[in-house]
Design a protein around this ligand. Structure first.
Ligand SMILES: Cc1cc2nc3c(=O)[nH]c(=O)nc-3n(C[C@H](O)[C@H](O)[C@H](O)COP(=O)(O)OP(=O)(O)OC[C@H]3O[C@@H](n4cnc5c(N)ncnc54)[C@H](O)[C@@H]3O)c2cc1C
Length: 380
């Protein structure tokens, strides 16, 4: 039996995220978008609240909660500032990865730093200039020497890569293909690691996205996460959980767009009546409300399966696919409801529309989600 009634603890996490987002994120969300200011202080406070490691055990500095609480928290944060939320989501994903595959020494050394504010946040460096969807073809190498591992190569699109104190990096240690990849933990400031200038993006402008270059970057012997050759599987496990996070982020953006659309539609009058009275507008709002509920249920299902330690790859892909595409449709309609005003920076919906766009691209494009779902459905 599946229950979607949150527990007291899940509600507490949700309420904590909502209060923080309304008080600390929303007031400066437009400014962050305009100036591309990274939310450094906000992330430190989020760490204090346990929201950088929602499902990370308390023993490693996390909140010790679960994936359902994580969905509720991320969607509350994204409702107010999607840029800040992506840094939070990536940190949660990276910290959970180290908890799952790291040695006890790695967990104790890195996870409290990642989730507790000392490292500000964490980054996840898989994509490269020549490959995103096809991660198994990545070209960064890690070569074993007497002193440890030497990294050479380039990463692209790394969220928070210029602020993160801990970066999880995938590199090739073996043959061509997915079985030649391994995962490494890299600390910021390691000699040989250089950081490119932040991309100037269409949306999520308060999140920084950078290229990383590794030139004879020497890592200690124990920098590898788990066993050699297991990197691809580890990345896929992390991305399954990550997709729950991006579905939740999309959900938060969609809810904000619906809120904006409803309040504008009630206020704006044409031909003597509020546009909210018109069937054409109500249908857009009805579609949005229905899609938001469907996205939430899909996302909670994936989170519940994860919490029960059951397979959830297909369910996470479905949640991410549906929620991200729904968020884009909902933002489109919400902007339409605003008429010409929606096309200006004076209205929140313009930012939401831009912020939603990337949710069908990162952590696996919609095409890749359909590929994952298709293989699973056909294989059944
Ligand atoms: C703002 C932002 C932040 C990001 N943050 C991170 C991060 O922190 N860490 C990280 O590692 N990466 C990050 N990424 C990278 C992101 O995950 C990739 O952009 C994404 O996986 C797509 O890869 P690509 O851009 O190389 O596109 P490609 O893989 O080149 O794909 C191009 C197009 O072809 C389609 N396509 C590809 N293969 C197939 C196929 N087999 N069948 C059908 N269609 C296909 C894709 O869906 C897409 O439409 C970020 C990207 C952005 C924009």
């Amino acid at each position: 039996m599946v229950s979607f009634q949150p527990t007291e603890e899940q509600e507490l996490v949700q309420q904590t995220a909502r209060n923080f987002a309304l008080r600390e994120l929303l007031p400066r969300a437009a400014e962050r978008d305009k100036t591309e200011a990274f939310p450094l202080e906000e992330l430190k406070k989020l760490a204090e609240l346990g929201l950088m490691g929602v499902a990370v055990p308390e023993a490693y500095g996390g909140a010790g909660s679960d994936p359902v609480a994580y969905v509720l928290a991320i969607s509350e944060l994204a409702r107010c500032c999607a840029s800040t939320t992506v840094a939070v989501a990536v940190t949660n994903m990276a910290a959970e990865l180290v908890c799952r595959f790291g040695s006890e020494a790695q967990r104790q050394h890195y996870v409290p730093k990642m989730v507790g504010g000392e490292a500000i946040c964490a980054a996840f460096a898989l994509s490269e200039p020549q490959c995103g969807s096809d991660a198994a073809s990545l070209a960064t190498t890690a070569t074993k020497t007497a002193d440890g591992w030497v990294l050479n190569g380039a990463k692209q699109w790394i969220t928070s890569g210029d602020h993160a104190g801990v970066i999880i990096v995938w590199a090739r240690t073996g043959e061509i293909g997915s079985s030649g990849l391994s995962t490494f933990i890299v600390e910021a400031g390691t000699p040989g690691l250089s950081i490119g200038k932040p991309e100037e993006k269409m949306g999520l402008r308060g999140s920084s996205t950078v290229a990383l270059t590794f030139e004879d970057c020497l890592l200690p012997e124990d920098a590898m996460l788990g066993d050699p050759g297991r990197g691809f599987q580890q990345a896929m496990v992390a991305l399954d959980g990550g997709r729950i996070g991006i579905a939740s982020q999309a959900l938060g953006i969609a809810r904000a767009a619906l809120d904006e659309a409803i309040s504008y539609a009630k206020e704006r009058k044409t031909f003597g009546r509020p546009i909210a009275d018109r069937q054409a507008i109500q249908w857009m709002i009805a579609n949005a409300g229905t899609q938001i509920d469907a996205a939430l249920l899909l996302t909670l299902r994936a989170a519940l399966l994860k919490a029960q330690q059951q397979p959830f790859t297909r369910e996470a892909a479905m949640a991410k696919l549906f929620a991200s595409e729904a968020a884009n449709r909902i933002c489109y309609d919400a902007l339409q409801i605003h008429g010409g005003y929606g096309y200006t920076k004076d209205f929140v919906v313009e930012r939401l529309y831009r912020d939603a766009r990337v949710t069908t691209i990162y952590e696996g494009t919609s095409e890749i989600q359909r590929l994952v779902i298709g293989r699973s459905v056909v294989g059944q």
